[in-house]
Ligand binder design. Structure first.
Ligand SMILES: [Fe+2]
Length: 225
């Protein structure tokens, strides 16, 4: 477990995206004032990791934060049986084998006092970003990558294709998911107006310095703002 601050915990593993190409992937657990936990993008946790998580907080919400990060929600629900399962509108239809409790929409979200959710409009991934107010932490999934020290020629090739080799950046792949640039821009401007100092992403190293300018520079580089 990696502890970013008193409210933000995360776990990283590697997933084989395709043969011989591995990508680090992170699950983030946000803690609430009452000790409840909000798990974003569950990964294939070991039993020991589950024990560690549940000794620190009670997971009451399990979230698939976009249409792509949903593989381990059922396993997470087995370990946190009274947790509420949240999914985007489209994912809930695609994964109709899962008993989702609620759609991941600001008007349905019940934790806004502590965690704000910001849907990233215009992208076909339907990603939703999270802002833990007390921790001043932004949690994103595929919106921003920050991959360093990746090994192997294939990583080198793929990360150069993505435009995300050894630096924080919005991948060219993510850019192709943006179908409505105005909607996207309105969403990221909402994010830039938030008071965050840390960015935790699903793929890459957590950013704790100049987080806001790192994010706005990445958007500017792809001409998205
Ligand atoms: Fe991803």
């Amino acid at each position: 477990m990696m502890k970013t601050n008193d409210w933000v915990f995360s776990y990283e593993t590697e997933m084989e995206l395709f043969k011989n190409f591995k990508l680090p992937v992170r699950s983030t657990v946000l803690k609430l004032n009452n000790g409840d936990g909000v798990m974003i993008s569950p990964i294939n946790f070991t039993e020991a990791e589950w024990a560690e998580i549940q000794s620190n907080l009670k997971v009451k919400h399990i979230i698939a934060p976009c249409d792509l990060h949903h593989l381990y929600v059922k396993s997470a629900k087995k370990h946190a049986r009274d947790a509420k399962l949240w999914a985007t509108h489209d994912l809930a239809r695609k994964r109709n084998d899962v008993n989702w409790d609620q759609e991941l929409l600001p008007q349905k979200w019940t934790l806004t006092d502590e965690i704000e959710i910001i849907p990233i409009g215009g992208s076909s991934t339907h990603e939703v970003a999270f802002f833990h107010k007390k921790a001043k932490t932004l949690v994103v999934t595929d919106l921003l990558f920050n991959l360093h020290n990746r090994k192997g020629v294939l990583s080198w090739i793929v990360m150069h294709m993505f435009g995300t080799w050894n630096r924080p950046a919005i991948s060219r792949w993510f850019k192709t998911t943006i179908k409505n640039k105005n909607q996207f821009r309105m969403s990221v401007e909402k994010i830039l107006a938030l008071d965050f100092e840390t960015i935790v992403m699903a793929h890459g190293d957590i950013i704790t310095e100049n987080a806001k300018s790192v994010f706005s520079n990445a958007l500017r580089e792809r001409q998205l703002i």
